[in-house]
Design a protein around this ligand. Sequence first.
Ligand SMILES: Cc1ncc(COP(=O)(O)O)c(C=O)c1O
Length: 338
Amino acid sequence: MAQEAQTISRRGFARLLGAGAALTALRPASVLGTRASTSAAPIFKPAAAGVVRLSSNENPYGPSPDALRAMTDAFSLAWRYPDEHEGMLADELAKLNNVPEEQILLGNGSGEILKVAAAAFTDARRKMVVADPTFEAIGRHAQANGAEVISVPLASDFRHDLPKMLAVSSAGLIYVCNPNNPTASVTPKADVRSFLAKVPRETVVLVDEAYHHYSETPDYERQTWDSVNIMALAAALASLRDTAQVSEGRRKNSEVKSYVCSQLDAMGLKYIPSAANFLMIDLRRNVKPLIAAMRERGVEVGRLFPALPTHMRVTVGTRPQMEAFLSALREVLPYRDA
Ligand SMILES: Cc1ncc(COP(=O)(O)O)c(C=O)c1O
């Protein structure tokens, strides 16, 4: 595939440019800083004070401090093409996942991989098959490609209905988000394995495991996929080497999630068992006005997912953030603690 050709040319470039890049790395100050900055004003405004952002499933503890330091260190190389640096990351990821380096495709976030996959495997003749609800991005990319998008409702226990997804004719690409966004539910590995064994050769399956680190159920299968600039590569490499980042993040997420669940239980609210860093809570009424009411109280929660119109998706933030979430929720609900 084109992927292999890209890898070869990337390596070729790296060999050709290796000496030059190494020199640049040794004397960045002589290349940089020949003009003084004309403005001291920050480009981005800081986040609005007092707003608790639990809307986008971001990690409330932020990146690894090692990644932030690695990006600062890589700053003097930021405008260079990332040739051998890309190779370094692909190499480490290949070793970590026990696959050949040719099977690693780096993306500018996994969002880029979704776009590339939709472009490669869907069009007016090859359909895109997704669950409903699921993360919407890939369906929108496929639609932009002129593909028909077939949405298959999740099963009643919120796993993907893989037999129904498989039954769609002329499928170019089947998207399986596991754990699924927005339901935080897992499609068990036995289901995924028997489904993969039956998928026709002309159909590609993309398993999006954006939230796999948070999944604690043994029923979950781990597989991994991953135009990237030098600073991002430095951050990725430093993050990979900071082994405590993932385990600590998972531990804190689990602790705070248990606390939120116990409070929701006490409030008599049901939620889908969560295998990720967010919860889908059934508020038993149209959630749209509640999302707006939460925002008025300074708490941003997830968008409406039309397939589950009474559910609110909330990201698991820090304990103080979740306390703010719960107190705003108690205010906006027409009923209080049971
Ligand atoms: C399931 C899923 N996949 C992919 C992404 C994109 O993530 P990123 O581009 O930040 O890696 C998201 C973001 O919300 C997501 O929920």
